[in-house]
Ligand binder design. Structure first.
Ligand code: PLI
Length: 457
């Protein structure tokens, strides 16, 4: 059989409704064109994020009933701890309610003002936490990662040569290196095992620790199985274990590959660092056996982490995203190649060549997709990442202008993907008529969440 199907039956459904185009236009105006202001019920297919949007299995829901709500010593925490230790090989587990408190707690121990934190591609909240601690975040990707059309099996790899140069010039200011698997900002692209191994070797020579941002660790491992010579016959759990063996610890937003709606953790080998993190955890999140999560959430996460490395799940997951990518590619829509693990990233500069970066082509595509098809996507372009120099007034634009269609895990069917592709294709056909946007109001940080937009006349 060649037809791929979802490896599950659907036991509960949540109705969705496509409101009329006129209503969608009105909702957009009322939201002052900020898609974060739209109500979920007014969105037909929501590809804003794959974070916290997974559908849980019956086994996880059963775990919700069995969750142990003890303030201290919850059985559910010990279940979670056992699973994380087994999957990652790390000794100590610090639970947090999502990814950014994990970043905040770990970085508070490791970063001092003036430090430089290199990584392959820091996520925006990660970068914000590095800056918050007085550090500077540096992304060191391959040149191929910035060219959407070029095929490279591991566009998430760190550029080892650039890393070596940075270390030689800044050794005393580098507290650690962070490898994000898969990279979220430039296409959901994986990091190869060889790149992890070489990075570890280089860092070890200088005594610099390596941490992994493990939000999408299972998807990364599956790409290694599919694409890296020597790994095709290995089990995903062994690939995962090898990936983590090159690191000193990890932080994880479990809202992605944890297959849960809330959760996160830090996992470490260093006992002293673990104890320091626990002290801050109690101050910021809660006691060390719940860290801001309910017992039921700990239980669901313990089960989700085991399900996410099941190979039939991963085969379906990667195939479904790839299916959407292929539909778009076949219709001539320019996407980041190859398709990523958790979503398709559209090269919006090529979709709207007449809209300059100062008028936000990737954000324009997000708005048009909602108006055209009720589909909500996210912008990973100039709204989120352009930086204005306060002194010269000059704006520094990101190299890529991407619209991300993030696919929630186990939520939508292949048929939903057909609908999404049709919506994008309709918008692209109108490319000469579509006008860009300007920002009418913006807050000081992370402006995409709270800005107001207006159409350029
Ligand atoms: O949203 P949090 O705080 O649970 O996690 C922050 C975070 C850390 N690392 C990476 C690679 C992420 O992708 C990430 C969050 N991503 C979101 C919310 C997304 O929409 O991609």
């Amino acid at each position: 059989m060649t037809v791929k199907v979802e490896p599950f039956k659907i036991k509960v459904v949540e109705p969705i409704k496509l409101i009329s185009k006129n209503e969608r236009l009105k909702k957009m105006e009322e939201a002052r064109y900020n898609i974060f202001r739209l109500k979920g019920e007014d969105v037909y297919i929501d590809l804003l994020t794959d974070s916290g949007t997974s559908a849980m299995s019956d086994h996880q829901w059963a775990g919700i009933m069995e969750g142990d709500e003890s303030y201290a010593g919850s059985k559910s925490f010990f279940n979670l701890e056992r699973v994380i230790k087994k999957i990652t090989g790390f000794e100590y587990v610090v639970p947090t309610h999502q990814g950014r408190p994990a970043e905040n707690i770990l970085f508070s121990q490791l970063i001092k003002p003036g430090d430089v934190v290199p990584g392959n591609a820091h996520f925006d909240s990660t970068q914000a936490h590095i800056i918050h601690k007085g550090g500077k975040a540096v992304n060191l990707l391959l040149d191929e990662a910035y060219d959407p059309k070029t095929y490279h099996p591991f566009k998430g790899n760190v550029n080892i040569e650039q890393l070596e140069n940075l270390i030689k010039s800044q050794r005393d200011n580098i507290p650690f290196f962070l490898m994000t698997v898969t990279n979220n900002t430039i296409g959901g692209q994986p990091v190869s095992m060889e790149n992890l191994r070489r990075t570890r070797k280089l860092l070890s020579g200088f005594g610099i620790p390596l941490y992994i941002d493990a939000a999408r660790f299972a998807e990364n491992a599956y790409f290694i199985k599919l694409r890296e010579p020597g790994y095709g016959e290995k089990e995903v759990k062994d690939i995962v274990r090898e990936m983590f063996s090159y690191a000193d610890g990890c932080i994880m937003s479990a809202k992605k590959d944890g297959l849960v709606n809330i959760g996160g953790f830090i996992a470490l080998n260093d006992k002293k660092l673990y104890e320091q993190c626990c002290e801050l955890l109690i101050l910021l999140e809660g006691f060390i056996t719940y860290g801001g999560m309910a017992g039921r959430d700990l239980e669901a996460l313990a089960r989700g982490l085991e399900e996410v490395i099941e190979e039939d799940y991963l085969a379906y997951r990667i195939d479904q995203v790839n299916y959407l990518g292929k539909k778009l590619d076949d219709a001539g829509i320019p996407i980041v190649q190859p398709p990523g693990g958790h979503g398709i990233y559209i090269d919006a500069k090529s979709v709207f060549p007449r809209i300059p970066q100062s008028q936000f082509p990737a954000y324009t595509l997000v708005v048009e997709m909602y108006i055209e098809a009720g589909v909500r996507a996210a912008e990973i372009g100039s709204v989120a990442f352009a930086k204005k120099d306060e002194i010269t007034g000059k704006t520094d634009y990101p190299r890529l202008e991407l619209t991300r269609l993030a696919v929630p895990r186990r939520v939508y069917t292949y048929r939903h993907m057909d609908f999404v592709a049709e919506g994008v294709i309709h918008v692209a056909k109108k490319k000469d008529k579509v006008k860009g946007f300007k920002i009418a109001y913006e807050p000081k940080t992370l402006r995409h969440f709270l800005a107001d937009f207006a159409r350029v006349e």
